[in-house]
Design a protein around this ligand. Structure first.
Ligand code: UP5
Ligand code: MG
Length: 196
């Protein structure tokens, strides 16, 4: 059986990571955050891509797909090697642009099934406020006003069109993510109870 993938998309701070953690608890998925994997690679001693990743993240730009897809596919393989029953994945924060989508299609299309796209829709204002609040303690190099403006621009210009593309294929499950964590998760549950 091929790995079953749910892409999780939405603006910066929309709550992708928060909701993924709750889905893992309730539905036995493995959560892979592309952003977390990139930050891990950036921090890894001797990483060839470390500096490049660091620069892209601060600038709110999207890292070339060869790097991201390598990290995602290695993490998926590792998970399934450790436990062959673990074939359900939440891929959080990917694909974010045309380059990401092409990379996925080229490398993963035959290897994994994309079941649907979970889209956390949130106003830019709420997104920015959540990240600025988190920035007081997160240590993330992109939780500041300058980086956030760029992250929002990248999201609107590059990621929204990818969500629209999946929407045309009837694959998007949209959730109003501006509400409380529990209210949002109640809607997430409705979707997962139906789909899985
Ligand atoms: N919070 C969450 N839900 C809340 C709610 N309902 N009500 C009130 N507060 C809520 O949440 C953000 C903050 O809000 C937290 O403090 C949380 O407690 C609170 P979180 O769940 O972390 O939101 P999330 O959507 O995961 O936000 P994140 O900042 O991770 O989103 P981004 O998409 O910006 O970040 P990501 O880590 O995915 O990517 C970072 C960068 O990596 C990108 O900008 C890009 O440069 C690079 N990247 C790539 O290049 N390629 C990729 O494929 C992926 C990333
Ligand atoms: Mg996140």
């Amino acid at each position: 059986m091929k790995p079953q993938v749910v892409f999780v998309l939405g603006g910066p701070g929309a709550g992708k990571g928060t909701q993924c953690a709750k889905i893992v608890e309730n539905y036995g998925y493995t959560h892979l955050s592309a952003g977390d994997l990139l930050r891990e690679e950036r921090n890894r001693k001797g990483s060839e891509a470390g500096q490049l990743i660091d620069h892209y993240i601060k600038e709110g730009k999207i890292v070339p797909v060869e790097i991201t897809i390598g990290l995602l596919s290695t993490a998926m393989d590792k998970t399934m090697k450790e436990d062959e029953n673990k074939i359900r994945f939440l891929i959080d924060g990917f694909p974010r642009n045309e380059d990401n989508l092409q990379g996925w299609t080229k490398v993963m299309d035959d290897k994994a099934d994309v079941k649907f796209v979970l889209f956390f829709n949130c106003s830019n204002e709420v997104c920015i406020n959540r990240c600025l609040e988190r920035g007081k303690s997160s240590g993330r190099t992109d939780d500041n006003k300058e980086s956030l403006e760029k992250r929002i621009q990248t999201y609107l210009q590059s990621t929204r069109p990818i969500i629209d593309l999946y929407e045309k294929q009837g694959k998007v499950r949209m959730i109003n993510a501006s509400r409380s964590v529990d209210e949002v998760f109640a809607d997430v549950k409705l979707i997962f109870d139906k789909e899985c």
